[in-house]
Design a protein around this ligand. Sequence first.
Ligand code: FAD
Length: 551
Amino acid sequence: MVEIRPYSDEYEEYIRDESRTQGRADSISFPESEADVRDVLARLGGHVGVTVQGARTGLAAGAVPEGGHVMSMTHMNHYLGLRREEDADGTPRYLIRVEPGLVLSELRKALANDSVPTDGWDEESLAALTQMRQGPERFFPTDPTEASAMIGGIVACNASGARSYRYGPARPHVTALRVVLAEGDVLALRRGETFAHGRELDLTCEGGRHVHVDLPGYVMPHTKNASGYHAADNMDAIDLFIGSDGTLGIVTQVELELLAVPAVTWGVSCFLPSEDAALDLVDAARPALAHVSAMEYFDEGALEILRRQRETSAAFSALPEVPDGARACVFVELETDDAQQALAETYELGRLLTSVGASEDDTWVARTQVDRDAQTFFRHAVPESVNMLIDERRRTDPTITKLGSDMSVPDERLHDVVAMYRRTLAAAGLESAAWGHIGNNHLHVNVLPRDAADFSAGKALFRDWAREVTAMGGAVSAEHGVGKLKRDFLLAMYGPDHIREMAACKRQLDPAGILGRGNLFDEALLPGTEAATEKTTDTERTTDTDEGARA
Ligand SMILES: Cc1cc2nc3c(=O)[nH]c(=O)nc-3n(C[C@H](O)[C@H](O)[C@H](O)COP(=O)(O)OP(=O)(O)OC[C@H]3O[C@@H](n4cnc5c(N)ncnc54)[C@H](O)[C@@H]3O)c2cc1C
């Protein structure tokens, strides 16, 4: 039987995540199987708050407990099997089944080295693996920068990253899930099998219990979006759980589609004399280049930090030198079938660079793995350097933390949103550095507070931005999820009525409101155990008997 251990200082790291938010906990467990997960829930008695954790690389404090129990999925990290399917035209699809605690970098390594552990796999899985080996190398395209993230956390946040320009977020690559609900029932969801009728969803758990769910009525923004529950007419049931931030159920198994590794991948870092030129390049490149997998941005503040790090920090001395006069950088990754195609797109990119007033000479083209690794080091050095800078400033004022935005807007509002960021940052006199997924109009604008006053000015600015971005048809969280830190933004985006609908939807699946307490919305919308039990009426949650009446 899995242990439920009292919380002690030994588990200190489990009460915070990469947002550097500090929480508190009463107990902790490390289940090794779905049965363990159900057993822990049963022994906790149905009223203790449960915060599920992956690798705690989240940036929205979703995995940070506010008391109660911490359930760490780190021991559930096995490869369970592989399926082969064929599309109508006979193209094979390979679907790998894994536990949620599997670390992304491990999955990548195992696929790249053809070393996926197959202990306990059935005949069908082993046969599928043999067939997969005869074709091109396969990969899982979601790339949330931080490769120590776990598959369950990636699913729970509907994580994205640089390559979402081509591949979208994690969602479309998730083909099946097993989810343990708060009361211990298990849902086995396969994409394409269970759909909502309009905004009403009827789910049947493995034990036969039926759960009726009323989906929130909002219209989601037509942008990259990880803000609140996925809700759309006639949607696939699996999509409600992807991106639900640990609030609707505990993911115990994930099936992911593996894609064929492209034949050629080149990275081109384009340095530009101004931000306007960079935005013009993005506008021009989007329709002109057909094989872009990522389009990333680094503003002047980010480049300045890199220049400084290269001079002053031994860890970053290997960084390539940023060209003189560069005030912005757009990184374009091309994935093509052959080198000729890549060359043609690179030439076209060069032509576009000239047309926006930049020079082709100020580009780095990475064609080999070694060169691409150097570019990756360069790109990842930015967030790392900012974290180091903030840690240094926290020594003088421990109340400050990094403030990073995660908002997206539709294509046609890219220039407007950047102008809004610049205008308001300048008016507030704040230091900043911005980088991120410009192809998706999704920048992480980081305010770098020097003191507590800057910190609160930055927070106020983010609240304004949440309203402005919503008015532009955008999303307040495009990829990190809402967690505990962006609840106010979610409220600004959807308004109180829709937030209440989200909370009601949660209570149909988790009547006592025990999972992911504090994530997405205020706990006041999820009354404590007694109140929740009393208020769990027939209209909020159906059973086998009243399900029939609904049908
Ligand atoms: C330097 C850096 C860069 C980053 N860049 C990106 C980026 O480009 N794109 C991006 O999308 N993200 C990015 N992230 C954020 C982060 O890596 C992702 O959000 C990742 O998906 C979190 O995975 P995790 O395993 O660490 O989850 P955690 O942080 O442990 O948890 C995140 C949420 O998922 C829930 N959860 C975890 N496991 C389960 C489960 N089994 N069942 C139900 N709920 C669960 C938790 O309760 C919590 O609400 C970045 C983070 C860092 C530190």
